[in-house]
Ligand binder design. Structure first.
Ligand code: ATP
Length: 515
C-alpha cells in the first residue's frame, strides 16, 4: 500500500501529465507556489465555479453577483485593517535557512499530540473489540490523559499568545516544545517577526507621483465598497447577498501542498447583508447550506467536518471552517464568518460616506451586519481531485488510474471513438460528436487500441466512452462504456443525448440543495 504522501505525490504528477495543473512558467523552472491550469484543469475549475455561482445567484433571488477590479483605492486596505494587521508570524531556522510560520509549527505540534491520542484509541479499540467504551478509555487511560493534558496546556498557551500578538512567547513555545526544523533537524531558531502578506505595486508614472497600491488579498472588500451601488441600483431589500468570484493574492511565507496554498489563487465569496441581531440565525443557516453544497457532490459525507474558531478575527463574532479530509489531514476549504458591521462601518469612517440601509418596515436606518461565506476555488479543486484519484487493481493483474469525478464536474463528458480509422466509421463518429458537442464537452479519439483509449479517458475522468463499430452503420447503435464500472451497453444513437444529460445535469444538485 502506498503511503498517503506517496499517493499525493502521484496525484500532483498526474495533474501535470494529464493537463490539469502545470507549474507556472515552467520552462524557467517555475515560480514558487504559482500554478497554471491546463486544458482539463480549466474545464473542471469552470464547472466548480458554475456550480457555486448558480447555487448562489440562480437559487436565491436575493443574491446578485458582481465582478470588481483587482486594484482598489489603497485606503480600502487601511480601512479593512489589512495594512496594519494582515500579518503572519514568521521564524527562520539558521542552519537550513528555511522560513516557517511560527503558528503553523505550533499547530503541527498540536496535531502530532492529537495523533498520538488517536493511535492509542485505535489500538485499544482493536484490542477490546465490541465492548470498547471510547469515552471511558479517553477519561481513564493514563497515557491518553497525559497527552491530553499536554495538548490542553499547549493549546491554551498558544491561543493566548496569538490573541495577544506576543511574538516572544510564540518563540518560547517553539523552544519549550523542542520543535525542530524538519530540514536541518536543529533548534537554531531566529526571533519571530511579523510579515505582511499583501503584494504591493505602483500605479502611474513616478514623474506624477506614483501611488502605492496592493493586489487584493481577498475579494470581499470589492463587495463592501460596492454595497451602496448594488443595494440602490438593484433595489435590494435586506436580507440580501452579493457574490463574487475572482483572483486574490497573498505573499504566503510557506507555500506548501501544491494548490492548497498559493500566492495567486481564486476565491468565491458571498457577503450576506442582514439586520443587526439576526446574525446567529443567519450564521447557522449559511453554515448548514454550505455544507449541504459540498455534500451534494457525493464525495463522501465522512470527509467533511466543521472546525469552529476559538480565536476570532478582530471583526468577527462567530466563525467556522468547513474542512475536507485531504491526504495530509483535515484542512480548511471554506470559511463562514459572522463579520458584524465592521467592514461597512470602517469604510463609512474612512470615506466619510454614509453607508447604511433604510429599513422601510422599521422606518429607521442602520448599518447592516454581514455573514460571509468564503471558499477557495483551488482548494475545492484539490479536494475533488484527492477524492477522485484512484489506482485500481483489475482482474488479470492489470491496473488502471481513474478519476471518479462527479460527472457534473468532469472536464470532458464523453469521448467518441471509431473502432477503426476506415470503412466510414470516422465519418459516423463525427456525426455523433456533432450531435452532442453543442451541449456537452465532447472529444474525439481514433488513435491506438480501444483499451488504451479507455485508459486515457479514465485518467481524466470522462464518464462515457462511445464506440462506433461496423454494426453501428446498420443498426444506429453504439457501445457505451461507463468509467466507474467499466460495464458496456449497446445504446441507440438517438438516446445518447438524454443519457448524458441525465448524468451531467447540474439541476440534480440544485434540487438536492433546495430539498
Ligand atoms: P489559511 O488559514 O489556510 O491561511 P485563511 O483562514 O487565511 O486560510 P481565509 O482568509 O478565510 O483563509 O480565505 C478564505 C478561503 O480562501 C480559504 O478557506 C481557502 O479556501 C482560500 N485560500 C486562502 N488562502 C489561500 C491560498 N494561499 N491558496 C489557496 N487558497 C487560499
Amino acid at each position: 500500500m502506498a503511503t498517503q504522501e506517496e499517493t499525493f505525490k502521484k496525484l500532483v504528477a498526474h495533474c501535470k501529465e494529464y493537463g490539469f495543473v502545470f507549474p507556472s512558467s515552467e520552462i524557467y523552472d517555475g515560480l514558487g507556489a504559482v500554478y497554471d491550469y491546463g486544458q482539463n484543469g480549466v474545464e473542471l475549475k469552470n464547472n466548480i465555479k458554475r456550480y457555486w455561482w448558480d447555487s448562489m445567484t440562480l437559487l436565491h433571488e436575493n443574491i446578485v453577483g458582481i465582478d470588481a477590479a483587482i486594484f482598489m483605492h489603497p485606503t480600502t486596505w487601511k480601512a479593512s485593517g489589512h495594512v496594519d494587521a494582515f500579518n503572519d508570524p514568521l521564524i527562520d531556522n539558521r542552519d537550513s535557512k528555511k522560513r516557517y510560520r511560527a503558528d503553523v509549527l505550533i499547530e503541527d505540534q498540536l496535531a502530532k499530540i492529537e495523533e498520538k491520542i488517536n493511535k492509542e484509541v485505535e489500538k485499544a479499540a482493536k484490542r477490546f473489540g465490541d465492548s470498547f467504551d471510547e469515552a471511558m478509555f479517553r477519561q481513564t487511560n493514563p497515557r491518553v490523559m497525559e497527552h491530553q493534558e499536554h495538548w490542553n496546556q499547549l493549546h491554551e498557551r498558544y491561543s493566548k499568545a496569538m490573541n495577544a500578538g506576543d511574538l516572544a512567547e510564540l518563540k518560547q513555545i517553539i523552544l519549550d516544545e523542542e520543535i525542530v526544523c524538519p530540514i536541518s533537524g536543529t533548534r537554531n531558531w531566529t526571533d519571530v517577526r511579523q510579515f505582511n502578506l499583501m503584494f504591493q505595486t505602483e500605479m502611474g508614472s513616478t514623474a506624477d507621483g506614483a501611488m502605492k497600491i496592493y493586489l487584493r488579498p481577498e475579494t470581499a472588500q470589492g463587495i463592501f465598497v460596492n454595497y451602496l451601488n448594488v443595494q440602490k441600483t438593484g433595489r435590494m431589500k435586506i436580507p440580501f447577498g452579493i457574490a463574487q468570484i475572482g483572483k486574490a493574492f497573498r505573499n504566503e511565507i510557506v507555500a506548501r501542498q501544491f494548490v492548497f496554498r498559493m500566492r495567486e489563487f481564486e476565491q468565491m465569496e458571498m457577503q450576506f447583508f442582514i439586520k443587526p441581531g439576526t446574525e446567529m440565525e443567519w450564521f447557522k443557516h449559511w453554515k448548514e447550506f454550505r455544507l449541504k453544497w459540498h455534500k451534494a457532490l457525493g464525495l463522501g459525507d465522512e470527509k467533511y467536518r466543521y472546525h469552529d474558531h476559538e480565536k476570532l478575527a478582530h471583526y468577527a463574532n462567530a466563525a467556522t471552517d468547513i474542512e475536507f479530509l485531504m491526504p495530509f489531514g483535515f484542512k480548511e476549504v471554506e470559511g463562514i464568518h459572522s463579520r458584524t458591521n465592521f467592514d461597512l462601518s470602517q469604510h463609512a469612517k474612512y470615506s466619510g460616506k454614509k453607508i447604511e440601509y433604510f429599513d422601510p418596515e422599521l422606518n429607521e436606518s442602520y448599518t447592516p451586519f454581514v455573514i460571509e461565506t468564503s471558499i477557495g476555488v483551488d482548494r475545492m479543486f484539490l479536494s475533488i481531485m484527492c477524492a477522485a484519484y484512484k489506482e485500481e487493481q483489475l482482474e488479470g493483474g492489470d491496473t488502471r488510474v481513474v478519476l471518479n469525478l462527479p460527472p457534473v464536474l468532469a472536464p470532458v463528458k464523453a469521448c467518441v471513438m471509431p473502432l477503426v480509422k476506415k470503412d466510414g466509421l470516422p465519418e459516423k463518429a463525427r456525426e455523433v460528436m456533432d450531435m452532442l458537442k453543442f451541449d456537452f464537452k465532447t472529444t474525439y479519439d481514433e488513435k491506438d487500441s480501444i483499451g488504451k483509449r479507455y485508459r486515457r479517458q479514465d485518467a481524466i475522468g470522462t464518464p462515457f466512452c462511445i464506440t462506433i463499430d461496423h454494426d453501428t452503420l446498420n443498426d444506429n447503435c453504439v457501445t457505451v462504456r461507463y468509467r466507474d464500472t467499466m460495464a458496456q451497453d449497446r445504446v441507440k444513437i438517438d438516446e445518447l443525448h438524454e443519457m448524458i444529460r441525465k448524468a451531467v445535469d447540474m439541476k440534480q444538485l440544485y434540487r438536492k440543495l433546495m430539498a
